[in-house]
Design a protein around this ligand. Sequence first.
Ligand code: NAP
Length: 333
Amino acid sequence: MITKQIVLASRPIGMPVLANFRFENSELPSLQDGQLLLKGLYYSVDPYLRGRMNDAKSYVTPFQVGKPIEGSVIARVIESKSGSFAKNELVMGMLPWSRECIVEGKGLQKIDPNDPHVSYHLGILGMTGLTAYFGLLDIGKPKSAETVVVSGAAGAVGMVVGQIAKIKGCHVTGIAGSDEKVKLLKEEFGFDGAVNYKQTADIETAIAELCPDGVDIYFDNVGGEISDAVIANVNKGARIIICGEISSYNETGATVGPRPQSVLLRKCALMQGFLVSNYSARFPEGILQLSEWLKAGKLNYKETISKGFESLPEAFISLFEGRNTGKMLVEIE
Ligand code: NAP
């Protein structure tokens, strides 16, 4: 069987471009005992994949030039020679960007094929929802009436963070990259305030105005100057949660900014980075709570779904241009 896959053609320098990806036909071997033939349905595109495109040591191994990109995928079992999986079951796992693939089944998680929102398992009931849940609750420890600021607020992680903070009774301000996103956060996601950082010359003053009691918790998805501006507004005992630094993922040199130690010292504040994988033993607890909030209508959710396997590279690049609102996915018909 011939399938189509997407390989890393070259490592990006700065912003990724389509030429960094190459579509290739590949012949799949015949299925062996214990193996499954899978066909991809939903492919998650995530900012951290950018780090894996560099030839640099990190918490995940770099992609190899000429080899397929891989990411989280929900796929259907087309053929099975494994006792653990049956034809037509749905599974989720780290899989290659390939229309079809053959795997051993290790590390795959089954998804109920009758679930009306199968794709949510790549977002609010998956990695990005859990990142918001554990980062905010475990490190931020929000208390009622505290002020929470979240950057990347209209993205997959950010919009869940803001809503959980509202459930916990906090005053919530979001930072996002367009007037439409600002409107959406306030009108459909219950944020108390939001600011379009692309149209705001002085973000530090804008945050001070939107957060008159100062900032108790800052959930940082973007880093850079936006975070410098928020950190300048933190209160005594603030918690600064370092989740992501997307503004620097395409930087080619070292970034220079205000050093935060003096604020952390004066404000007796905590700044802590985390990886969602630290919490893998507690994922069932997080998924259960997020599902309950969803069912109770306490969480709203949004996806940006791009159609067709060919759109995968473009969908990935669009994350760095803010073209997504909520979780960015690619759906294969
Ligand atoms: P996302 O927010 O859905 O998508 C990325 C968003 O980042 C874009 O929509 C864009 O929105 C914003 N952005 C892009 N370039 C930017 C820049 N230069 N400055 C400011 N904002 C920029 O992505 P996500 O999956 O939810 O991830 C959000 C962050 O969390 C990322 O940094 C990611 O790496 C991190 N993350 C960390 C963990 C962990 O375990 N620590 C797990 C998952 C994700 P605008 O229109 O607002 O610019």
